[in-house]
Design a protein around this ligand. Sequence first.
Ligand SMILES: [Zn+2]
Ligand SMILES: [Zn+2]
Length: 287
Amino acid sequence: MGANPKNRPDRHTGASFALLTKHGKERAIAPRFRSALGAEVVLVDSFDTDTLGTFTRDVPRAGSQWDAARRKAELAIELSGLPRGLGSEGSFSAGPFGFVATNLELLVLKDAELGIEVAGVAVAGGHQASGIFSDWERFAEFARKMLFPSHGLVLRPGDGDDPRIYKDAGDFEKLRAVFSECTALSPEGLVFAESDLRAHRNPTRMETIGQACGDLLRRLQCDCPACGKPGFGLAKKLSGLPCSWCGSPTNDILGEEHKCPACGFTETRDTAEGKKADPKFCPACNP
Ligand SMILES: [Zn+2]
Ligand SMILES: [Zn+2]
């Protein structure tokens, strides 16, 4: 989106990109790199990415989501010896109702040969919920709503901070056994259950990782008009569309800022095409 991709088959065609994951993220990433660039994604799974933070809170993530994605990309370069590394990191924020949360996925490419860092981003509805259960039938209903067994569930006795974590039930029979084990371990007979957010156990998230990869590939295929390096793309949307009555700036979108992650060159694009904002939303003439 945004900038017109220039097809430039020379730069990354046939290149190899190292990807650090032990959660099967190559399934969402490798086919897209192959079809967009004819490039190969080399899996690096010798490093336990769970030591950088988990969704189950037993290992807190140090630093921001961006820091974590960058760190993984750097580790991919270090461990593979290739000049290009990919790191992916996701975050979830719970929604107000039921089973819908917001999932933000980042895929960062570090290219040590070109000296650039380019990131792809995607935001989508995530499949995430948690609850406390004592009764199998009620829990089984929750599990079905959470699309188990295609989507994984994580169980623990008692509450969400118990260090005894059960992640590996793959079918209802195993799930029932784990549920019984957890109720037996809890003095109150309670089980805390939540969605497994690891990519290989959450196909909804895997799809969003694929979208972030698509965003990264679009940016990679677009050169900066100033320095010629790849990665030029949308950095932010700009508000300030003028009110059709009084001309004051409103919160409506006026245009886009496109930016080069290598040299910082920015270009502002008018996407409003002469449109004006509805005075209903004008902070000046319709407070
Ligand atoms: Zn540039
Ligand atoms: Zn106005």
